[in-house]
Design a protein. Structure first.
Length: 106
């Protein structure tokens, strides 16, 4: 039986990040976030893991998915409120991560 359901809350900046991603990927992104993060978002899986070092975005977890695992969702768990706060959505190409038109160090 799955654990409690978590509410997914998007940081305002995420909408700017999505603007740099092709519209055709939106349903994949939304569906995967809902499926992967609404139950047991703190459980490590092959494509969902805690970050080893602090991120410049203030995130603690990363979710990878999509063609060639190119999409990255960075989030923080707020367990006391039963919420997952999505802080950033980006696209990884090779060793480069682009979030909202800006390149970030990995």
């Amino acid at each position: 039986m799955p654990g409690p359901s978590f509410e997914i809350v998007y940081d305002e900046a995420v909408y700017k990040h999505l603007a740099s991603i092709e519209l055709k990927h939106y349903s994949l992104i939304q569906g995967t976030i809902g499926k992967q993060l609404s139950h047991e978002p703190e459980v490590e899986t092959r494509n969902r893991k805690p970050l080893n070092r602090p991120s410049a975005l203030g995130t603690v977890w990363e979710l990878r998915f999509g063609p060639d695992n190119r999409f990255r969702v960075f989030y923080r768990l707020e367990a006391s409120a039963n919420q997952v706060r999505v802080l950033a959505i980006g696209v990884k190409t090779g060793s480069r991560l682009n979030i909202g038109g800006e390149e970030f160090e990995l």
